[in-house]
Ligand binder design. Structure first.
Ligand SMILES: N[C@@H](CCC(=O)N[C@@H](CS)C(=O)NCC(=O)O)C(=O)O
Length: 211
């Protein structure tokens, strides 16, 4: 039995945020596949561990947690890494986690889902989401001008959260070449010791062919 159990699936950038934190810390963790594309997050068994019906969920001993921002803070306390060292840094991390959940991951993940998995084609909804995502990329790119990392002079959970979906530019339909600071920052994340792409870290990739 592993020390940490993560309910996840390979296509989930949200789960990746937590899996990457576990991976970079060399934690003893085990992924538990959630069959998201067949409704595995809405079964009574899954709702019993997360009433929100969302992935990921982290279990550690008696502790069961959802919401990546909460889980990442919990893991900072466990490992003593990727956290803020001063009250200002801690606030800055929180500020970017809220922004990520609301303005970057939400639009980016939904846009990717529609294009890549729901295969809706281009619609007014994808057009809207792409517009919102591009505003978020610009905000992040401007923020990273002259800074290696988002919330402190070193990598923190803010970086691990914000990058959750950004290693899939082709699946989102995004071109980060227009965002040089984001590109350089993603390369710095990739250079962190132990970094692994989401598809190599969690189960469920590739998806079975559908008829
Ligand atoms: N804010 C949540 C977002 C989690 C989330 O939306 N996860 C997706 C999978 S990547 C999900 O479970 N969606 C199910 C739904 O929205 O019904 C977090 O940070 O954990």
């Amino acid at each position: 039995m592993a020390e940490y159990d993560l309910h996840c699936f390979a296509q989930s950038g949200n789960a990746y945020k937590v899996a990457l934190m576990l991976q970079l810390n060399g934690a003893d963790w085990q992924p538990h596949f959630v069959d998201f594309f067949n409704g595995g997050h809405r079964t009574p068994d899954y709702l019993a561990i997360n009433e929100m019906g969302e992935v990921p969920v982290l279990r550690h001993g008696d502790v069961t947690l959802s919401q990546t921002g909460v889980i990442l803070h919990y893991l900072v306390d466990q490992f003593g890494t990727f956290g803020g060292e001063t009250p200002e840094e801690k606030r800055e991390i929180l500020r970017w986690l809220f922004w990520d959940n609301h303005k970057l991951t939400s639009y980016t993940a939904t846009l990717r889902f529609m294009r890549m998995f729901a295969k809706t084609g281009e619609t007014p909804v994808t057009e809207f989401l792409e517009g919102r995502a591009k505003i978020a990329y610009k905000v992040l790119d401007n923020h990273l001008k002259g800074s290696d990392w988002v919330a402190a002079p070193r990598a923190t959970i803010a970086d691990l959260s914000l990058c959750g979906y950004l290693f899939w530019p082709d699946e989102i339909g995004a071109d980060f070449s227009a965002y040089a600071n984001i590109n350089a920052w993603l390369d710095r994340i990739k250079a962190l010791e132990g970094w692994v792409h989401p598809y190599d870290l969690m189960p469920g990739h590739p998806l079975p062919e559908t008829g």
